[in-house]
Design a protein around this ligand. Structure first.
Ligand SMILES: Nc1nc2c(ncn2[C@@H]2O[C@@H]3COP(=O)(O)O[C@H]4[C@@H](O)[C@H](n5cnc6c(=O)[nH]c(N)nc65)O[C@@H]4COP(=O)(O)O[C@H]3[C@H]2O)c(=O)[nH]1
Length: 704
């Protein structure tokens, strides 16, 4: 609601203008005063929207009133209309100078009065709205610049500006806080004060570059040591600052704090190069260090050694005591290794229980052997983990650069070969690489792939050696013996490839093939009219560890149709000594199906008697070494007699192998041996020859 004030010393005029003013707009509030001083007193507490004042008043005239009114707070912009009967310019000038807004000439035209008053009120309202908007804009601006200042001060970035003289003209609170100072203390200072001695000089040089080129610099990374001694990392950029006229006045330096990102990156890098369990360098870091060492050694002619080893019996410890103890053992081993080597050496965990040491500053291979000895000594002290006293040892292979290899892969491979040799020479030893290890390893690899091919290309064949009953003189069976017939027709003896097949595990598929082939051929003999001869097949200890022998044998019998009673499996001592319970279980199951067993090479092992009792055996096979010197050696005579007697007392048959002469036959017959096998009756021969032999024997028997 608008407040209009009328000021006139004459009552009549006052009343007329007051009435007129009430018509300006609906709801208008009109106050009329006769005394200017009284009106001014009123305005001290109330601000009107329009004042209409007479010029000529006693004491204070319209001009003076206007001047005093204008001086009152909030009244500077209120429209003041001065009424005058005088037309002289001097009155008007006086009033204008005092701050009057408009004039009305008396006698006043009512229509003009109302129109002017309405316009002035409208103007007043617009003025008030503008003032309110201006004040709200002002406060918004104040707020936003406060916010901007806060952002600039707290953003994790060092923000500063220097002028052409290299003096700091701005620095944010974050930057100052890293220097342990307040921003004001840094203003006017040189870049060395802002960035430290070294970085300050560089920053100043770069600032000069920006001033010269007028262009921003690409960002670069730099380190900064805070006043608290902490190393932090920044991504810094520099750009020109210009005034309103576009003139370059300063260089703005913005350095974003990227310390956390850098630390995360370096943590990731550490993870990628270290083993999570032991925190030792992993294979990839070892590789990098060896490469670096090779590069240095090439320049200086120095040597270094690579030691490789795993922990003997670790798998057993893990299986029996659990992974938790296994892990703790690996950590404890890692600690001992680190304590054993020099600081310049690298201990790495390559995976599982496999460790490697890069030993630098080595003169001769003996230095590597010395370190290996110290490592083994340190591991020989038992580890106490969760109340368990755990002993472990290591077989260590040593390879020397450049003597045993020129790159990481070669050195690692040769250290591995040396380790392998250390293991096969008995655990807990050390071996340095030697050339022949490589040759042997190569030969083994070649043999291995040749054997795989032989198996796939069906180059294996079986030969059969007759087994003769001494009482009847008749062939009662045959031992199946494997041969490898090579492409070129050469026949390779099992002694030349089976030991390697045992090592590589190829013995498992080979044995399975032999079993199936022997059953298949023996089954076909009866269909060809031969008597139901027994066929003896050798088993390997590895088969019992890697496959279910019971299933494999039953499957071979089922596939061939051979009666189970005709199959005899030859067992060696090594089969019977390991995992006894499981083996006994399989043998008993097969025996229940009618399969028979003989113990091969009997008399050469340890506790023959105990396994004869424990296993479901049908026959003892006297080792050929006892037969060889039968006539001359009194000991062998006694052994053969003892074996025959032992067998018979346990209701077992006894067969002698390696029988080459008639005298040996005579002797064995005299000792009561049941069966014989050997060159005297026939060498191992192809199946067709064996069938012929049995047929000829039948003819001889018929005609005799
Ligand atoms: N000096 C001499 N030797 C005789 C005489 N009679 C037979 N021999 C040889 O003695 C070995 C008998 O087989 P073994 O003791 O089971 O010994 C076998 C057996 O342990 C293993 N073997 C052969 N074939 C297989 C097979 O299929 N599987 C497995 N696991 N081992 C096999 O290879 C060994 C050697 O086999 P072979 O070279 O065939 O050698 C055969 C045979 O040729 C003789 O009167 N005098």
């Amino acid at each position: 609601m608008a407040l209009v004030v009328i000021l006139d010393d004459r009552v009549t005029n006052r009343n007329i203008f007051a009435k007129l003013a009430a018509l300006i707009e609906p709801g208008v509030d009109v106050r009329a005063f006769g005394d200017p001083v009284e009106a001014l007193g009123f305005f001290e507490s109330v601000t009107p929207d329009l004042v209409v004042t007479d010029y000529k008043m006693p004491g204070v005239d319209g001009a003076e009133f206007t001047r005093r009114f204008r001086a009152l707070p909030g009244c500077g912009d209120v429209p003041v209309v001065v009424l005058t009967v005088y037309e002289e310019r001097s009155f008007r000038l006086n009033a204008l100078e005092a701050g009057a807004t408009d004039f009305l000439q008396s006698p006043v035209d009512h229509h003009e009065f109302l129109t002017r008053a309405r316009n002035l009120l409208k103007l007043r309202r617009q003025q008030l709205a503008l003032a309110r908007r201006a004040s709200s804009l002002e406060s918004e601006l104040r707020d936003s610049s406060d916010r901007l200042a806060q952002v600039i001060d707290t953003v994790p970035a060092m923000i500063s500006a220097v002028d052409r003289d290299g003096r700091c003209i701005f620095v944010n609170a974050y930057h100052a806080s890293l220097l342990g100072a307040a921003p004001e203390e840094l203003l006017g200072g040189a870049p060395t004060r802002l960035f430290g001695l070294h970085h300050g000089d560089r920053s100043a040089a770069l600032d000069r570059l920006v001033f010269q080129s007028g262009a921003a610099l690409p960002s670069y990374e730099e380190e900064f040591i805070t006043s608290a001694g902490e190393r932090r990392y920044f991504l810094t950029s520099k750009a020109p600052l210009r005034d309103a006229a576009g003139v370059m006045t300063a260089v703005l330096t913005t350095a974003l704090d990227i310390t956390d990102r850098k630390r995360a990156e370096s943590h990731l890098r550490h993870l990628a190069h270290h083993d999570a369990l032991t925190d030792l360098p992993n294979r990839s870091l070892l590789h990098e260090r060896v490469r670096h060492e090779i590069a240095q050694a090439r320049r200086s002619g120095a040597k270094f050694a690579l030691l490789l080893f795993d922990l003997d019996r670790f798998k057993g410890i893990n299986d029996v005591l659990g992974h938790h103890i296994g892990d703790r053992l690996l950590k404890a081993v890692a600690e001992r290794l680190v304590a054993t080597v020099r600081e310049t050496d690298t201990v790495a965990r390559l995976g599982g229980d496999e460790f490697a040491i890069l030993q630098t500053n080595v003169a001769v291979v003996g230095d590597g052997m010395d370190l290996a000895r110290r490592v083994r000594e340190s591991l020989s002290v038992p580890f106490l983990l969760d109340g368990h006293e755990i002993s472990t040892s290591a077989s260590i292979g040593v390879a020397l650069f450049p003597d045993h290899g020129f790159d990481f892969d070669d050195l690692l491979k040769n250290a591995d070969l040396a380790m392998y040799r250390a293991k096969s020479d008995g655990r807990d030893g050390t071996r340095a690489f030697a050339e022949d290890m490589d040759k042997k390893a190569r030969a083994i690899t070649v043999l291995d792939s040749d054997m795989r091919r032989a198996l796939a290309k069906k180059e294996l064949v079986l030969h059969y050696q007759p087994q003769v009953n001494l009482a009847s003189g008749r062939i009662v069976g045959a031992e199946a013996l494997v041969r490898w017939r090579k492409d070129n027709g050469d026949l390779v003896s099992p002694a030349d490839f089976l030991p390697q097949a045992e090592e590589s595990g190829l013995i498992v598929p080979i044995s399975e093939w032999v079993l199936n082939e022997a059953c298949r051929e023996a089954a076909s003999w009866t269909r060809d009219g031969l008597p139901p001869l027994r066929v003896a097949v050798n088993l390997s200890a590895i088969q019992f560890r890697k496959q279910n022998v019971e299933q494999v044998v039953l499957a071979a019998l089922a596939a061939s149709g051979l009666e189970s009673g005709r199959l005899e499996l030859e067992l060696t001592e090594s089969i019977l000594l390991h995992d006894t319970e499981r083996v006994v279980h399989s043998l008993r199951a097969l025996q229940a199906h009618g399969v028979t067993f003989s113990i091969d090479d009997f008399g050469t092992g340890y506790s023959s008697l105990s396994y004869v009792r424990n296993f479901p055996v049908n026959r003892l096979k006297i080792d050929r070494s006892f037969i060889h010197n039968l006539r001359e050696d009194g000991n062998d005579v006694a052994i053969v007699r003892a074996i025959v007697n032992l067998g018979h007392s346990l209701n077992l048959d006894v067969i002698a192998e390696g029988v080459e002469t008639a005298a040996q036959v005579g002797h064995l017959r005299a000792e009561g041996c049941d069966e014989v096998q050997g060159f005297y009756f026939g060498r191992p021969m192809p199946a067709a020859d064996f069938i012929d032999l049995v047929r000829r024997e039948a003819v001889v028997a018929q005609t005799a």
